[in-house]
Design a protein around this ligand. Structure first.
Ligand code: ADP
Length: 418
């Protein structure tokens, strides 16, 4: 039975997930640890509006559980030692160097975690991969853990997270399903059951699916790929609508009411953002390529190509509508996060659109109630070829939406409000 959980990584996945587990399982102690001391300090802040992650309802849950059975700390070793189950929720960014650059997931953080667990653990542990990972990562983790030679047994499970940012708390409270993949051995099945018992505290057992490790890993990547594909499909049609006089909102409502298709992820937009869709599809493409499956890789890559096209097209439309002269003109951008109800800006379409407009030397006023000024400039710095000074000359971050819009030539609504 799992009594003590350690979660390595206090980010968008680890933080909310552990808060809900702690909330629903008062008899389990949950320690969330992170190397980032500032992040941990923010989780421990007395001002609950200062938590590092914004999700509707999250502050209430942290308030109810922190100090009771939910703890945030930087003491990774101690949390590993005490735990009988360890969730790995560290980041897996796309590789920016070497083989698989721009596509494969960078597993260095995962590997470091596995090595640390191996070095520190003195009792048997269930190790659970929570981060979205390429297929067969569990095998790599298992290999690192197996070769430590200190006699401790590790059972690796895959338990991918299906929460959507912006609705993380309700997704975690009422998940469509929980997926747990494990080895098909006696020890593997025992570990699976231990984790099933945790979720069974609040999830009906018929909604807890158990599979082998590879199916679980691949299901996560493909779930995101399917959702992203829907967005790219509807966005591809939005361009056709603009040329033919059909209205994309009417089309998506019409097809969304077909129960076989359903209404979700059919809203035309500036393109999807966030840390998962692009990364997971690139991963899928990379895996397909590495098995020599060119057609499979090309098929999924098109989803990304369409998304990049949609972001560029949005900026180009603004420029074209203003007779190709936007230099020196003022623009408002409402919303910087990649979607509503989150402060996460990773891969946000707003960054790309802003960058395109800045290339045309437009002046931009950005308003987003949940995103700090410094975040906006770091995002731009990461993407653009301009100097920080140039970005600061052209971009102003404001805290009042009316100020952003006043006397602007165009208002770009980047984060859906409705
Ligand atoms: P996600 O969206 O997957 O949760 P985040 O980047 O929000 O990703 O969070 C991942 C967290 O994991 C970061 O706060 C980072 O500091 C933390 N992290 C990465 N590697 C380690 C490690 N070896 N030990 C502890 N924390 C780590």
């Amino acid at each position: 039975m799992i009594k003590n959980i350690c979660c390595i990584g206090a980010g968008y996945v680890g933080g909310p997930t552990m808060a809900v587990i702690a909330n629903k399982s008062p008899e389990i102690k949950v320690h969330v640890v992170d190397l980032n001391a500032q992040r941990i300090a923010d989780w421990n802040s007395d001002d609950f509006s200062k938590l590092p992650i914004y999700e509707p309802g999250l502050d209430e849950i942290v308030k109810a559980t922190r100090g009771r059975n939910l703890f945030f700390s930087t003491n990774v070793d101690q949390a590993i030692q005490q735990a009988d189950a360890i969730f790995i929720s560290v980041n897996t960014p796309t590789k920016t160097y070497g083989v698989g650059k721009g596509m494969a997931a960078d597993l260095k953080y995962i590997e470091l975690c596995a090595r640390q667990i191996a070095a520190v653990a003195t009792t048997d542990k269930i190790v659970i991969e929570k981060s979205t990972l390429p297929v067969r990562t569990a095998e790599a983790i298992q290999n690192i853990l197996k070769n430590t030679g200190n006699g401790v047994n590790f059972e690796v499970l895959s338990n991918p997270e299906f929460l959507a940012e912006g609705t993380a708390v309700s997704d975690l409270m009422n998940p469509d399903r929980v997926l747990i993949g494990g080895n098909e051995t006696v020890a593997g099945k025992k570990a699976i059951q231990a984790l099933v018992d945790v979720y069974a505290n609040w999830v009906p057992t018929e909604n807890i699916l158990t599979t082998n490790v590879w199916s679980s890993e691949l299901s996560k990547l493909t779930a995101n790929a399917f959702l992203a594909q829907r967005v790219s499909s509807v966005n591809a049609l939005s361009e056709l609508c603009e040329h033919t006089g059909a209205d994309i909102n009417e089309v998506s409502r019409a097809i969304g009411t077909d129960s076989r298709i359903g209404p979700k992820f059919l809203k035309a937009s500036v393109g999807f953002g966030g840390s998962c869709f692009q990364k997971d599809i690139l991963n899928l493409v990379y895996i397909a390529k590495s098995y020599g499956l060119t057609e499979v890789a090309d098929y999924w890559e098109q989803v990304i190509i369409m998304n990049d096209h949609q972001k560029r097209r949005f900026a180009a439309n603004i420029v074209k509508t203003l007779y190709n002269t936007v230099s020196g003109r003022d623009f408002a951008m409402l919303g910087w996060a990649f979607k509503k109800d989150t402060n996460d800006t990773r891969e946000s379409a707003a960054i790309y659109v802003c960058d395109e407009l800045l290339n045309e030397r437009a002046n931009i006023r950005v308003y987003d109630p949940k995103v700090s000024k410094s975040k906006v400039f770091t995002d731009l710095e990461y993407l653009s070829t301009r100097s920080n000074q140039e970005n600061e000359d052209l971009v102003t971050v404001v805290t009042d939406p009316y100020k952003a819009c006043k006397n602007s030539h165009a208002i770009a609504v980047m984060t859906r409000v409705g």
